[in-house]
Design a protein around this ligand. Structure first.
Ligand code: AHG
Ligand code: MN
Ligand code: MN
Length: 333
């Protein structure tokens, strides 16, 4: 197999499509390097004393794990000095993180969920990192929170790393989706998943069914029809998968199809779902659409949503196109 490294891929993409200028390439390489560091810490587990709680809470009132805090610091540190960023924002930080004055500033904004799937850290199940890249509005010298409040359609790049049996980085810059496997001995990312595509149809769905009693009618109707199987209205059997790490569920869907759902429900009607628009839903929706899938909040395309605040939450239906369209149709009937 001819090995193509992440660097070579990025350089050649720029030549072909003019879509990855040097600053953006640096950004992606620096994020990928930070993911390598996080992957290393994750794989050490108890030996690296990285398991367990950090004894603090984040802005959403969730208990932070040591790895949530560590990964956040690794991403901040890696990305501060390169001169490619104007500011960063993270699921784990209440306010935005401007680039310190001792470093030059660039035109990009970086957002991340440093460690996705926190409940899986201590039980040795796949977890990941999700990131999203925007451009700072023109003429802005000191970026504020408002600079980040752009619809997902404005992203110039998005990706995730999944720390599973293999560590894989999946990336889009708006021209398809490609996956790179970390070669630990060589310390490099190697292109292993070219032009990832999500099949339009599927027999697999992912939803946390313990919330079923709180679901709104369109979700209940859709899942009931899946559960009815061969003799029901869908005329085929479906299978459930729920990993509780969005990264791992989305990675499965990119590999063999499926639909992932985290709906809003009647528990807290004022709360539109659990997942975060800026750090989870937007980057994953960009990737999924670029792989031929679809992503909605039940009513509209996620990438069209105008964010109102940094830590905004959103309902998520994403994956195989025909299934996402069906459940979205039930909401709009
Ligand atoms: P995080 O660990 O970054 O807070 O995200 C966890 C998210 C997502 O990865 C996953 O799909 C979902 O929460 C799982 O939620 P439940 O525990 O409600 O199943
Ligand atoms: Mn997450
Ligand atoms: Mn997280």
């Amino acid at each position: 197999m001819k090995r193509i490294s992440l660097t070579q891929y990025l350089v050649e993409e720029q030549r072909l499509h003019n879509s990855i200028p040097a600053e953006l390439r640096l950004l992606i390489e620096v994020v990928a390097r930070a993911c390598k560091t996080i992957s290393h810490a994750v794989s050490k587990g108890a030996l690296g004393e990285v398991l367990g709680s950090a004894g603090s809470e984040n802005v959403q009132g969730e208990v932070q794990k040591k790895l949530d805090v560590l990964s956040n610091e690794m991403l901040l540190e890696a990305n501060e000095w390169g001169g490619h960023l104007a500011a960063m924002a993270s699921e784990e930080m209440e306010t935005i993180h401007p680039i310190p004055n001792r470093y030059p500033k660039g035109e990009y904004l970086l957002l991340f969920d440093p460690l996705d799937g926190s409940s899986n850290i201590d039980v040795n199940v796949s977890i990941g990192t999700i990131f999203s890249v925007l451009k700072a509005p023109e003429g802005m010298s000191e970026p504020t929170e408002e600079a980040f409040l752009q619809p997902g359609a404005k992203q110039v790049a998005a990706g995730y790393a999944v720390y599973g049996p293999q560590t894989v980085l999946v990336l889009t810059t708006g021209d398809g989706v490609n996956g790179f496997t970390l070669d630990r001995e060589m310390g490099s990312w190697v292109l292993t998943h070219r032009d990832m595509e999500i099949p339009a149809d599927t027999k697999e769905y992912a939803i946390n069914a313990s919330n079923a009693r709180h679901w709104y009618p369109p979700v209940k109707r859709y899942v009931d029809e899946l559960l009815a199987g061969k003799t029901g209205p869908r005329g085929k059997d479906f299978n459930t998968r729920w990993i509780a790490s969005m990264v791992a569920d989305v990675h499965r869907i990119l590999t063999r199809g499926g639909i992932f759902m985290y709906p809003a429900d009647a528990r807290e009607p004022e709360k539109p779902g659990k997942l975060r628009l800026m750090y989870e839903a937007n980057p994953m929706s960009f990737i999924v659409e670029q792989a031929g899938g679809a992503a909605t909040n039940g009513k509209q395309r996620i990438l069209d949503i105008q964010p109102k605040k940094l830590h905004e939450r959103v309902a998520v239906f994403l994956g195989s196109k025909n299934e996402v369209e069906r459940v979205t149709g039930y909401h709009n009937e």
